[in-house]
Design a protein around this ligand. Structure first.
Ligand code: FAD
Length: 473
C-alpha cells in the first residue's frame, strides 16, 4: 500500500524528514499538498487566511516543488479544502496505509493535524508526525525552573547548546511511484496569483520562489554580504542581509540547513554570530507562538489590553500608502508594496511610527504586513509587532520611541534608500532628504506631503498614554 507525504510549510526535498522516512519504507509515495481554501478550521476557530503576497509565493513554490518531484519520477498531488477532511479522503481513494508529515509550531496546522489523525485512525490509517521542523522543539527547551523562556539572551544560550551540530538529510534520489495516481487539481485553478489587477510585477522581478532559489540566495549571501553582516544589516540602501526570509517561511530551506551552511562555509566571527542570532530570533518567535497560540491578537503583557489606541482610518491609509510625510517611513511602506519585503531596520521604524506616532493598534500593522509581506510568518510577524509595540516577550520598551528623522539620517545617511522608493524626493539635497519640510520651496514642487503629525508632539502623546496603563498595572 502507498504512503502519503503531506507537505505544509516545508516545500523542499532535502532535509525533509517525512519525505525521507516515507522513502525509507520502500512503499510507493504520494506527495500531497492541500490548498486550504477553507482557511484553517472554520469560523470562530484559529483560522487565519493567508495574505495576498504569501499566496503569490505559494503558487510558484508549489510549481517548483512539483517540478522537483517530477525529476525524481514522482508528482505533487494538489487538492483544495480542509486538510483534515481532504487527507483522509485521498487516503481512502488510494488505499494508503500511512500518512507522514513534519511537526510544526503553527497552531492552525497543529489542530488540523490532530483532527486529521483522528479521522485517519477511524479508517485504520496511521498518521506519523516527525519532529521537529525547528532547530529545537519548543517543549524541549525549558528554563531552570521548568517554565518557558520569555527573555531572548538565556533562550539563545540554551538554544545554541541544544542545537549543536544538527543532522540534515539529503534529498531522496528517486521516489517510488504508485500504480495509479489520484486526481490532482491544476495549480491555476486555485487562483493564488492575482489576475486583474496584476499587482505582482514587482514580486516577480524581486524573487525566485522554490528550493533552488533558496540555495542560490543563501550562497550569494555567504559569498558576499555575510562578511560585513554585523554592520551592513542595518543599512537599507545596501544588500546587506540574506533576503532568505520568504524561503524560510515556506520551508524551502530548513533552519538546520542554514545553520550548518553558515557554520561550515564561513569563518566564525562577529558577523556569522550576528547572523545565527537572527536565525535564533526566528526560533524565539516560533517558540513564543507555540506557547501563545493567539500571538497575533493578544498582547503578551496584559496591561496593554487597556492601551488607549486610536484607530483613525485616514491615518492608517496614509501609513499603508507611504504618504506620511516622513521619507524613511514612506520609503519602507512603498518598498513593501512593490516587492513584498521590507528591510528589517525600516520595519522597526514604520512599526514604531504606526504604533507610537499614530497610536494605531499594533494588530492593524500586523494585519497589513500579513497581507503584503512575502515572508509573512505565523510567529515572526506577530512576535515582532509585539516587540515594536512594547507588549511582547523581551520587547523594546514602549518609551523608546524612534525618531524617524534621526533613524533615517543614521541608517540611510546619503538618502539613497529614500530616493529609490520615494522618487518625488530624488532631487532633494542629502542634508534635508529626511526632513524635506525644511526646504519648503523644493518640497512644494515635488507634490510630496508635509508630515502628517509633529513627531515631538506625537511622542509626548504616546508616552502619556503609556504612563496611563503603566500606572494602572
Ligand atoms: P537576515 O538579516 O538575512 O536574517 C536571516 C534570517 O533570520 C531571516 O530570513 C529571518 O528568518 C530571521 N530573522 C532576522 N531578523 C529577525 C527578527 N527580528 N525576527 C525573527 N526572525 C528574524 N520576519 C519574517 O520572517 N516574517 C515576518 O512576518 C516578519 N515580520 C516582521 C514585522 C516587524 C514589525 C518587524 C520589525 C520584523 C519582522 N520580521 C519578520 C523580521 C525581519 O524583519 C525579517 O526576518 C528580515 O527583514 C528578513 O530579511 P532577511 O532574510 O534578509 O534577514
Amino acid at each position: 500500500a502507498p504512503v502519503i507525504v503531506l507537505f505544509r510549510d516545508d516545500l523542499r526535498l532535502a532535509d525533509h524528514r517525512a519525505l525521507s522516512a516515507a522513502v525509507g519504507t520502500g512503499a510507493p509515495v504520494i506527495p500531497l499538498y492541500v490548498v486550504d481554501t477553507a482557511h484553517g478550521l472554520g469560523a470562530g476557530e484559529t483560522a487565519r487566511p493567508l495574505g495576498g503576497a504569501v499566496r503569490w509565493w505559494l503558487h510558484y513554490s508549489l510549481e517548483s516543488l512539483s517540478e522537483g518531484l517530477r525529476a525524481l519520477g514522482s508528482r505533487l498531488i494538489l487538492r483544495a479544502g480542509r486538510p483534515h477532511e481532504v487527507v483522509p479522503q485521498v487516503a481512502a481513494e488510494t488505499g494508503a496505509a500511512r500518512v507522514l508529515l513534519n511537526e510544526t509550531v503553527v497552531p492552525t496546522h497543529r489542530e488540523s493535524a490532530r483532527r486529521m489523525a483522528a479521522a485517519l485512525e477511524d479508517q485504520g490509517v496511521e498518521a506519523v508526525t516527525l519532529r521537529p521542523d525547528a532547530l529545537v522543539w519548543p517543549s524541549e527547551l525549558k528554563t531552570g525552573t521548568g517554565g518557558h523562556y520569555k527573555v531572548y539572551t538565556p533562550f539563545w544560550k540554551a538554544l545554541k547548546q541544544a542545537v549543536g551540530d544538527p543532522e540534515t538529510l539529503p534529498p531522496p534520489e528517486r521516489l517510488p511511484a504508485p500504480d495509479h495516481w489520484p486526481d490532482s487539481t491544476p495549480l491555476a485553478e486555485f487562483r493564488l496569483t492575482p489576475a486583474m489587477p496584476d499587482w505582482a510585477g514587482g514580486l516577480r522581478e524581486s524573487w525566485t520562489p522554490g528550493e533552488d532559489g533558496a540555495w542560490a540566495c543563501l550562497h550569494t549571501f555567504i559569498d558576499g554580504a555575510l562578511a560585513r553582516y554585523r554592520t551592513g544589516r542595518n543599512l537599507p540602501a545596501e544588500v546587506g542581509t540574506s533576503r532568505l526570509s520568504p524561503h524560510l517561511r515556506f520551508g524551502e530551506i530548513s533552519a538546520r540547513q542554514v545553520w550548518n551552511a553558515v557554520r561550515s562555509m564561513a569563518e566564525p566571527n562577529a558577523s556569522t554570530d550576528a547572523y545565527l542570532s537572527e536565525i535564533g530570533w526566528r526560533e524565539f518567535n516560533r517558540y513564543q507562538l507555540f506557547h501563545n497560540p493567539d500571538l497575533h491578537r493578544t498582547p503578551l503583557r496584559p496591561e496593554f489590553r487597556l492601551f488607549p489606541w486610536r484607530e483613525d482610518d485616514a491615518d492608517i491609509r496614509a501609513w499603508r500608502k507611504g504618504l506620511t510625510g516622513y521619507p524613511i517611513v514612506d520609503a519602507g511602506m512603498r518598498e513593501l508594496w512593490e516587492t513584498g519585503w521590507m528591510h528589517n531596520r525600516v520595519r522597526m521604524i514604520v512599526g514604531s511610527f504606526l504604533v507610537k506616532d499614530l497610536l494605531a493598534p499594533w494588530q492593524v500593522g500586523e494585519a497589513w504586513f500579513w497581507d503584503t509581506l512575502v515572508d509573512a510568518d505565523w510567529g515572526s510577524n506577530p512576535g515582532n509587532w509585539q516587540w515594536v509595540a512594547g507588549c511582547g516577550a523581551d520587547a523594546a520598551p514602549f518609551f523608546r520611541v524612534f525618531n524617524p528623522v534621526l533613524q533615517g539620517e543614521k541608517f540611510d545617511p546619503r538618502g539613497d534608500y529614500v530616493r529609490r522608493w520615494v522618487p518625488e524626493l530624488r532631487e532633494m539635497d542629502r542634508r534635508v532628504i529626511h526632513k524635506p519640510w525644511q526646504a519648503p520651496l523644493e518640497l512644494a514642487r515635488t507634490g510630496y506631503p508635509e508630515p502628517m503629525v509633529d513627531h515631538s508632539h506625537a511622542r509626548h502623546r504616546a508616552l502619556a498614554a503609556w504612563r496611563g496603563i503603566k500606572d494602572a498595572a
